[in-house]
Design a protein around this ligand. Structure first.
Ligand SMILES: [Ca+2]
Ligand SMILES: [Ca+2]
Length: 101
């Protein structure tokens, strides 16, 4: 997806970034760059780092519903939910700006 354009799925590195994402997400739940495909229940970013807890999980999420929810969305209420990676949802790309001297 995002890689085609040199970016990557949004990774929430801080509460500030989480806040920005939440304001962007008003209509539909949206994928962020995190998953627990390596170890069930242990969510990490697409870079392999621990996801941290910059955004709270919704209600009793993550529930790994159906045993195959390994991707993460932010719901319209601004909380995290684990969903099947085949779930159709919009996603947000993030671009790291690179400065060359
Ligand atoms: Ca899972
Ligand atoms: Ca779930």
């Amino acid at each position: 997806m995002c890689e085609d354009e040199g970016g990557h799925l949004a990774v929430v590195d801080s509460k500030e970034e989480g806040g920005v994402l939440i304001t962007l997400i008003k209509k539909e739940q949206t994928y962020i760059g995190a998953h627990d495909r390596v170890t069930e229940g242990k969510f990490m970013t697409i870079f392999g780092a621990s996801m941290g807890n910059h955004i709270a999980w919704s209600g009793n999420q993550p529930d790994n519903s159906g045993g195959n929810e390994h991707c993460v969305t932010i719901t319209t209420s601004g909380k995290l939910n684990d969903v099947p990676c085949t779930h159709i949802a919009p996603f947000i790309c993030e671009f790291d700006l690179m400065w060359s001297e």
